[in-house]
Unconditional design. Structure first.
Length: 65
């Protein structure tokens, strides 16, 4: 005797599995932990502040003509 399968539910399960597989691939390609993102942000801010501290002239937003 064959097993009765609800095709709608089988299709949904198949779609979920495909989405999960795609999500797993994206996590491995593009994923970073929160700690990694935070350390990159802190390093970027530190670099900007060091460069700004070594500028000869400050950039002003107002034009003095």
């Amino acid at each position: 005797m064959a097993e009765i399968v609800n095709l709608r539910m089988a299709r949904k399960q198949q779609m979920r599995a495909a989405k999960e597989k795609s999500a797993e691939q994206n996590r491995t390609l593009f994923g970073m932990t929160k700690a990694e993102r935070e350390s990159i942000r802190i390093e970027r801010e530190r670099t900007v502040s060091v460069v700004d501290a070594h500028l000869r002239e400050r950039k002003d937003n107002s034009d003095k003509s």
